[in-house]
Design a protein around this ligand. Sequence first.
Ligand code: GSY
Length: 174
Amino acid sequence: MHNVFLSLGSNLGDREKYLFEAVKEISKIPDVSIIKVSNIYETEPVGYLEQEKFLNTALKLHTELEPLELLEHLQKVENMLKRTREIRWGPRTIDIDILMIDDLRIDLEELEIPHPRMFERAFVLIPLMELIEREDSFIDKIKNCINNCTDKNGVVLYKKAEEVFCSLLPTCFF
Ligand code: GSY
């Protein structure tokens, strides 16, 4: 069984609906159980700045799938939600990134774990920190990085997880 953390973001169309649909589709992937979902944050765009604000959330999963199998399923969810990616760092209906899988380090063209830019991004780390337990690896690094992130003022609580995802998950998951 693998312990997995994901980051989800949307800044095109009905952003909240895309996050909801993405979590719904992820919950249907065989051999995947959603353990916890973070609150949703509204975040200033990072990278390509001339675009709308994002909504970001994070998920903790347990899965029997191997990393590349999980990636394939998540890419299907992105495709199903009509993700468009005309500009490299530009607007998208949904973005699903695998952040960490156990203590694994993976260095493949299609998948780098831990996610190569996660420790620089407050929009990833602030939701993620809600899901992290004391025994999880990288906890000290995540805390330090949040303290040092210059963009954390651009990350503002938008909605509590239970307001948005309650029909998908038991309350104990929030
Ligand atoms: O890497 C995910 C897509 N993305 C985001 C995002 O999800 N949130 C914010 N705030 N900025 C972003 N820039 C990119 S690219």
